[in-house]
Design a protein around this ligand. Structure first.
Ligand SMILES: [Zn+2]
Length: 366
């Protein structure tokens, strides 16, 4: 029924990973994808975003009245991703060890292209389809955040951007906020009059050693990720800065942990006679889907139809899925088989690459 051409799919994937596409530098990859779309006679639009573009391809439905769905992935890859030399055996594809492979998320790009080719050549009936290829996902979902999702007509979206074997269905992902703390103390000569200074580094250290950190509960984490401060050893540091993130599947827990951190910063700065500038930002909202929801049921049915066993999980990380859900399109994140991503040991099993394309096809023809 779903006749994915495995050799063609692998060839496309190998082409894709050889095209460098760091975040904001997806232009060559966009050229490759749009070349294929043109050849297939599939309409598309490029939406400028930062230094790059988001790409939306649309296929009209052949079944009148059938509601449309969207498939979504991202085009950028994490460093090191220049000069990728993929090595394919009978069962898996890796890089040569000097770079990432880029199956995150080019396995999805390849799967979507294969699904479109099969639709075009087989004449299988389908509803209206949208294929979204976002840019700059890896830097913090910048592509999808810079895209007006009202351009999309679909009520459901299937994001192909999760790791592990095909079959994983991500039902929930966290809220993620960041807090920047700037402590302003008082400079003084460190040798001649240290008693006249207030060390911002000392105050910040005390704060950072006290705030909630690491795994806080089953749904909540916090991390101090960046820190700078001071100018020289002979100056009592006037300024020190840190950036902290808080994540939780539970919105209220994010707010509670944030409030605790902010209160501790204010309190400790005040006690030390320093000033604190605090800014916080919601990086993205979380989402939570029920197994019985329509979008998850469709994913489940499609997985069963290709003989894959659905495994339902929650994620500690964000993806374009968070933003698409926030915009009112029900979206679920599905695994494409990418393994050990964001490392030079990244690989994908050929079975999973093929299953990803079969899954895309099953979703659009269900
Ligand atoms: Zn990804």
């Amino acid at each position: 029924m779903h006749n994915v051409n495995g050799d063609r799919l692998i060839a496309t994937f190998l082409d894709l990973v050889k095209i460098p596409s760091p975040s904001w530098k997806e232009h060559a990859l966009i050229g490759y994808i749009t070349g294929i779309l043109k050849g297939l006679g599939i309409a598309y639009e490029l939406f400028p975003c930062g230094e790059s573009f988001n790409l939306l391809a649309r296929m009209e439905g052949t079944l009148p009245g059938k509601p449309g769905i969207a498939l979504s992935c991202h085009m950028d890859t994490v460093a090191p991703c220049e000069n990728v030399k993929p090595l394919a055996t009978k069962s898996r594809i890796t890089s040569d060890g000097a770079t990432v492979l880029g199956s995150d998320d080019k396995a999805a790009v390849a799967a979507f292209i294969e699904a479109m080719r099969v639709l075009r050549e087989s004449g299988i009936e389908h509803g209206p389809l949208e294929f979204l290829f976002s840019c700059a996902e890896e830097l913090g979902l910048y592509g999808i955040k810079g895209f007006d999702l009202s351009n999309m007509k679909s009520r459901f979206a299937f994001v192909f951007d999760s790791g592990g074997r095909v079959g994983r269905v991500i039902l929930e992902a966290p809220y993620h906020t960041t807090i920047e703390v700037l402590i302003k103390g008082k400079a003084a000569h460190a040798g001649m009059e240290p008693e006249n200074g207030i060390s911002a580094i000392r105050v910040l250290s005390d704060i950072l050693a006290s705030i909630p950190h690491g795994r806080i509960d089953a749904k909540t984490t916090a991390n101090i990720g960046l820190i700078t401060g001071g100018k020289a050893t002979n100056i009592v540091a006037e300024e020190a800065w840190a950036k902290i993130e808080v994540r939780s599947l539970d919105r209220k827990r994010v707010a509670a942990v944030e409030a605790k951190i902010i209160a501790m910063v204010k309190n400790k700065a005040k006690k030390a006679g320093a000033r604190a500038q605090i800014s916080r930002r919601l990086e993205y909202a979380g989402f939570s889907l029920k197994r019985t929801s329509a979008v998850v049921r469709r994913a489940t049915n499609a997985l069963m139809s290709i003989g894959a066993k659905p495994v339902y999980e929650s994620s500690g990380g964000g993806s374009d899925t968070n933003i698409i859900n926030r915009a009112g399109i029900k979206a679920v994140n599905l695994s494409v088989g990418m393994m050990q991503v964001h490392t030079t040991r990244e690989y994908i099993l050929i079975k999973d690459l093929v299953d990803s394309a079969r899954l895309a096809l099953a979703l659009v023809t269900e």
